[in-house]
Design a protein around this ligand. Structure first.
Ligand SMILES: Cc1ncc(COP(=O)(O)O)c(C=O)c1O
Length: 382
């Protein structure tokens, strides 16, 4: 008879598990979203989001997944016929290119080998070819487990095309790794509630610089739901244009409060430690990693399936035999890799537990791995 589990282990790169504190905070009566009670909640959330983003810029909150935030960034700052560069290091880079193309923006889709970050030298070469309206890229590419050097990429843009907009998808990177919106002069930065904020999916936050607001004034993309102007009219009152997802916003307030209590540097250190543990365990077990140590994501690790074993089979048995959910490879990496998420509400023992399960099932599947050596390597790191 199949084993019955009572505990579910979510090890994907978002949604992350949710702390009880956040769940409890969400268990709140609905309140009038055009009144002072809601304005007070929004004031806290906005203040703490600015802390997370390290910015004084305006931030808008949309009832939306992260993709909506990406679309808001594009439709509010660009126009059909504008030329942009997308630094495409994975699936979410491709998504930026698709969104731009859907609105008639002309994309120079600069693709990098999967598992590698965007190369600033390549960006420089592209910037020298012709003026562009914007450069778009990910802080952290979730599909490959690679983190970009946002600071350097932004610097290359500013030094070569000072007026170009820098649009960053920080959906899976925000609060998993440093992102200094103002210091690095980033124009639009998008994040999502379901990642390091430790809140369920459904809120996208978008920061907007003065340069981006100027671009908004002349942007000709069709828009209504995402229109910055509609949000701008409500934001000073602590309101949103549409009915806000109140429960999630109560959750955001608590998630952000927890992050502030932990402290920015400690939050980053926790994510780095999770990354190192995950990589040590995979290497100990004899598995290959898609990304080099130099660009390894603190949010998610992409692990290559052992020879002759399908990544989807690994996911299936992780779920069926141990109730551990890990993420699949996407697009051309499907079946070739699987991904372990370690952002948000995840601790070292969750990772070690997941590896214990992985070791047992790889042995059952007949993979040639060093049984026990993954967990041992992780324990030694602890
Ligand atoms: C880097 C990145 N960008 C964008 C998204 C899209 O977010 P959503 O699925 O919430 O629309 C994701 C989701 O995983 C992501 O990891």
């Amino acid at each position: 008879m199949a084993r019955k589990f009572i505990k579910y282990n979510l090890m994907i790169p978002g949604p992350t598990p949710i702390p009880t504190r956040v769940l409890s905070a969400m268990n709140h009566d609905m309140i009038g979203h055009r009144g002072p009670l809601f304005s007070a909640v929004m004031k806290d959330v906005m203040e703490d989001l600015r802390w997370a983003y390290e910015t004084k810029n305006t931030i808008f909150i949309y009832p939306s997944s992260g993709t909506g935030g990406m679309e808001a960034a594009v439709v509010n700052t660009l126009s059909p016929g504008d030329k942009v560069i997308v630094l495409n290091i994975g699936n979410f880079g491709s998504r930026f290119a698709k969104i731009c193309t859907a609105y008639g923006v002309i994309v120079n889709d600069v693709k990098f080998e999967r598992g590698k970050p965007a190369d600033p030298e390549v960006l420089l070469k592209e910037l020298k070819k012709e003026p562009v309206k914007a450069v778009l890229f990910q802080q952290n590419e979730t599909s490959t487990g690679v983190i970009n050097d946002v600071k350097t990429l932004a610097k290359v843009v500013r030094e070569n095309q000072p007026d170009a907009l820098i649009i960053v998808d920080a959906v899976s990177g925000m609060m998993a790794a440093p992102l200094k919106t103002d210091e690095w002069d980033l124009d639009v930065v998008v994040s999502g509630s379901q990642k390091a904020f430790m809140v369920p999916p459904g809120v996208a936050a978008v920061s907007i610089s003065e340069r981006a607001f100027k671009a908004y004034e002349i942007s000709k993309c069709s828009k209504h739901y995402w229109d910055f102007g509609l949000m701008k009219a409500e934001a000073p009152k602590g309101h949103t244009y549409t009915t806000p997802p109140e429960s999630l916003i109560f959750g955001m307030r608590e998630g952000l409060k927890m992050l502030k209590e932990e402290g920015r540097e400690n939050v980053f250190a926790r994510h780095k430690a999770n990354r190192d543990l995950c990589r040590a365990a995979a290497k100990g077990l004899g598995l290959k990693l898609l990304a080099d140590d130099s660009c390894a994501s603190p949010a998610v690790t992409a692990i290559c399936s052992p020879d002759g074993i399908d990544g989807e089979e690994i996911r299936k048995y992780m779920r069926e035999d141990f109730n551990v959910e890990v993420a699949p490879g996407q697009s051309e990496l499907k079946s070739k890799i699987f991904r372990i998420g370690h952002l948000g509400y995840v601790e070292s023992l969750d990772i070690i537990g997941a590896f214990a399960a992985l070791e047992v099932l790889l042995k059952r599947m007949g993979a040639k791995t060093n049984f026990g050596a993954g967990v041992k390597a992780a324990m030694e790191l602890l």
